[in-house]
Design a binder for this molecule. Structure first.
Ligand SMILES: NC(=O)c1ccc[n+]([C@@H]2O[C@H](COP(=O)([O-])OP(=O)(O)OC[C@H]3O[C@@H](n4cnc5c(N)ncnc54)[C@H](OP(=O)(O)O)[C@@H]3O)[C@@H](O)[C@H]2O)c1
Length: 325
C-alpha cells in the first residue's frame, strides 16, 4: 500500500536573512544572525577559486546575509583576507556584518592567542570581531591558559563574544566553569539531519547553559540539498571531509534516506534544503552553510525563506533517522 500523499501547499515564507530577528548572546556585543555562510571550502585557493569566492561573497551580501564564518587556518589566511575585501567594498556589511573567526589549535598558548587575533584583524581590516572561536582544543595546552587570554581580549573589546568548536562535553564543561563572566556564548559543531546522535549530550548541555549551537556541515556537503541522488559516488574532496556519509557501507543507506526526504519535500512543494535548514532551526541551532558558487548561495537562501511547518519537519526527522520505510 502506498502512503497517503501530502497535498502540495504553499508554505509560509520568512523575510530575507538581514531582516530576520537575530539571536541575543548572553555576553556578546551583537546579536547573532540565524543563518550564515562559512568560508572554508574554497577549492585549492587558486586564482579562479578566489574569483568564485568573491562572487559568492557578493551574492551573499546582496541577498542580505550578515553572518560570515572564517578561520585563520582557512587557506592560510586567504579566507579572512577575501572577507576583509568584501567588508571594504560594502559599507552595509562593514556596519551590519556579524564577523566570526577562529584561533587555530596551534596558537592556544597565552602568548599566541592575542598575536593570532591581531593577524586575523589585519587580514579582515577591522579592529574587532563579533565572535572569536577556539577552532579545536589542543591536548598539550591547558584550557585555563587559552581562556584567560581570550577573556583579556573580550575585556579589551577586540572580541565581542567567545565560542568553542569541536570540544568534547568534558572540555566544554571545563570551559564554561573557567569563564563565568565572559561566558562561552557559542559552540560550533557538525550537526545536520543525518549527523546528530552522538552529540546529543553536548547539545543538552548547551541548552542548559544558554550556549548557541552553530551547526556546521548543515547540508551534509550537498547530500541534503539533493545532490548525489543519482547514486554516483561523491568526489574524493567531498568524501575526505564528510566520511560519515560517504564511506563504505553507509552510503547506499544515506542516499536512500535522502531520496525519501526529496520525495517528502517535492510532495509538500518545498525545497529539500528548506527541510535541512529549518529542521536545524527547530532544534535551536543556527546553520552555517558552505557554497563554492554564487548560485548555491542564492538557492540556499531562497530555500531558507520557505518555512516548512512543524509536522513536515517531524516527518523529515523520522525519515532521516531511518524510521520510515
Ligand atoms: N569548526 C569546524 O571545525 C568546521 C568544520 C567544517 C566546517 N566548518 C564551517 O562550516 C561551513 C560549512 O561547512 P560545509 O561546507 O561542510 O557545509 P555544507 O553546507 O554541508 O556543505 C557545503 C557544500 O555543499 C555543496 N552545496 C551547498 N549548497 C549547494 C547547492 N545549493 N547546490 C549544490 N551543492 C551545494 C557545495 O559543495 P561544492 O563546493 O562541492 O559545490 C558546498 O561547498 C564551513 O565553510 C566552515 O565555515 C567548521
Amino acid at each position: 500500500m502506498t502512503p497517503p500523499r501530502r497535498a502540495a501547499r504553499k508554505p509560509p515564507s520568512v523575510p530575507p536573512p538581514g531582516d530576520e530577528p537575530s539571536i541575543p548572546l548572553p555576553s556578546g556585543t551583537k546579536a547573532h544572525p540565524p543563518i550564515g555562510l562559512g568560508l572554508w571550502a574554497l577549492g585549492r585557493w587558486t586564482r579562479p577559486d578566489e574569483e568564485r569566492t568573491r562572487a559568492v561573497l557578493e551574492t551573499a551580501v546582496a541577498e542580505g546575509l550578515r553572518w560570515f564564518d572564517t578561520a585563520e587556518v582557512y587557506g592560510n589566511g586567504r579566507s579572512e583576507r577575501l572577507l576583509g575585501e568584501a567588508l571594504e567594498r560594502s559599507p552595509t556589511l562593514a556596519r551590519e556584518g556579524f564577523i566570526a573567526t577562529k584561533v587555530s589549535w596551534e596558537h592556544l598558548r597565552a602568548h599566541q592567542v592575542g598575536a593570532a587575533l591581531t593577524q586575523s584583524l589585519e587580514r579582515l581590516g577591522r579592529t574587532s570581531v563579533d565572535l572569536y572561536l577556539v577552532h579545536a582544543p589542543d591536548p598539550k595546552t591547558p584550557l585555563r591558559e587559552t581562556l584567560a587570554a581570550l577573556e583579556e581580549l573580550w575585556k579589551s573589546g577586540r572580541v565581542g563574544a567567545i565560542g568553542v568548536s569541536n570540544f568534547s562535553l568534558e572540555e566544554l564543561s571545563e570551559a564554561v566553569d573557567l569563564l563565568p563572566e565572559a561566558k562561552i556564548a557559542v559552540n560550533q559543531v557538525r550537526f545536520n539531519l543525518f549527523d546528530r546522535g552522538d552529540a546529543e549530550p553536548i547539545r543538552a548541555f548547551c541548552r542548559e547553559h544558554r550556549i548557541l549551537i552553530e551547526a556546521y556541515t548543515p547540508l551534509a556537503r550537498g547530500l541534503l540539498q539533493g545532490r548525489f541522488l543519482d547514486g554516483r559516488k561523491a568526489p574524493p574532496e567531498v568524501r575526505r571531509f564528510a566520511q560519515r556519509f560517504f564511506d563504505g557501507d553507509r552510503w547506499p543507506d544515506y542516499v536512500a534516506r535522502a531520496r525519501k526526504l526529496k520525495d517528502l519535500a517535492d510532495r509538500a512543494g518545498v525545497p529539500m534544503t528548506s527541510l535541512a535548514l529549518h529542521w536545524l532551526r527547530s532544534q535551536g541551532a543556527a546553520p552555517v552553510f558552505g557554497a563554492s558558487r554564487p548560485e548555491q548561495v542564492a538557492e540556499n537562501l531562497a530555500a531558507w525563506r520557505v518555512r516548512p511547518d512543524a509536522a513536515l519537519l517531524t516527518e523529515a526527522d523520522a525519515i532521516a533517522r531511518g524510521e520510515r520505510a
